[in-house]
Every structure is written in structure tokens, then in C-alpha cells.
Design a protein. Structure first.
Length: 146
């Protein structure tokens, strides 16, 4: 399975337009080589460099395994769960200082998940246990301009 973005490459800076210094949209993502037996996709984006520990920017599940592109966090056709701000949306990168790493993770699952809409990454990861057929990741970085 592969997860990529036309906006940035592996370990490259996320363009400012996809952060709090721009429009704050989810960077476009492409998903490929999903296992044929997958019943759904799930996504988590987090920042392990956040001052208070791991900050989750986006959580989504029950996305169709036929999805090849995601251009909007709210239009996946699946369920968007709660980020670390407690919102059911994409939280744009906005690091207080220094370079932060943003881990974009995609999972191909052998089931569709039955979770409440306000589930967070911890609940999602527990529910996915034993159901991950394949996974892919992409890391982007961001440092706010001074």
C-alpha cells in the first residue's frame, strides 16, 4: 500500500498553504496498492513533537477502499473522528516553535468499523487491532516562519 501527496514528498516540508499560516486545508493525499480484500480505509495524522505530547490532527475511518485521492478532510465518504482539539475536523499544523514532524498514516482494514462519531485516534487504533491488512505512511515537516 502507498500513501503519497502531490504537495510534498517523504520527509519534506508541508507547503504553508496547508497550515495555520495559509488556508489550513488537508494536503491532498493519494492512496494506491490497497489490498483487494480491504473493506475500508482508516487514517490518522499526528505530531509527536507537540509540546504536550502526541497531537492528533485528523482521524477518519470507513473510507471506501476504492478511494484513490483525498482532497478534503471532510469529504472522504467515511467518518471523521475527533482530533486532539476535540473537533471532528482537520487541525492544520501550527507548531509553536521549531520543526515538527507530521505522520500521515493510512490503514487498509478487513472490516468496516462501528464506532461513535466522536471517537478519537486511541479508540480507532484499539478497534483496528487484528483487522489491519496493510498500512502506509508519509511524513511531512513544518516550521512556522519567523
Amino acid at each position: 500500500m502507498r500513501l503519497e501527496s502531490p504537495a510534498f514528498g517523504q520527509n519534506e516540508p508541508i507547503p504553508p498553504e496547508y497550515t495555520c499560516d495559509g488556508a489550513g486545508r488537508l494536503p491532498p493525499l493519494t492512496v494506491s496498492k490497497v489490498p483487494e480484500e480491504a473493506k475500508s480505509l482508516a487514517f490518522v495524522v499526528d505530531d509527536p513533537d507537540a509540546p504536550g505530547g502526541d497531537f492528533v490532527h485528523w482521524v477518519a475511518w470507513n473510507v471506501s477502499p476504492d478511494t484513490a485521492e483525498i482532497a478534503d478532510a471532510g469529504a472522504t465518504g467515511g467518518v471523521t473522528g475527533c482530533n486532539s482539539d476535540g473537533e471532528r475536523s482537520w487541525a492544520a499544523p501550527c507548531p509553536p516553535s521549531g520543526v515538527h514532524r507530521y505522520f500521515f498514516k493510512a490503514y487498509a482494514l478487513d472490516i468496516e468499523l462501528e464506532l461513535p462519531g466522536d471517537a478519537d485516534a486511541r479508540v480507532l487504533e484499539k478497534a483496528m487491532h487484528g483487522h489491519v491488512l496493510d498500512k502506509a505512511g508519509l511524513v511531512g515537516t513544518y516550521e512556522r516562519p519567523r
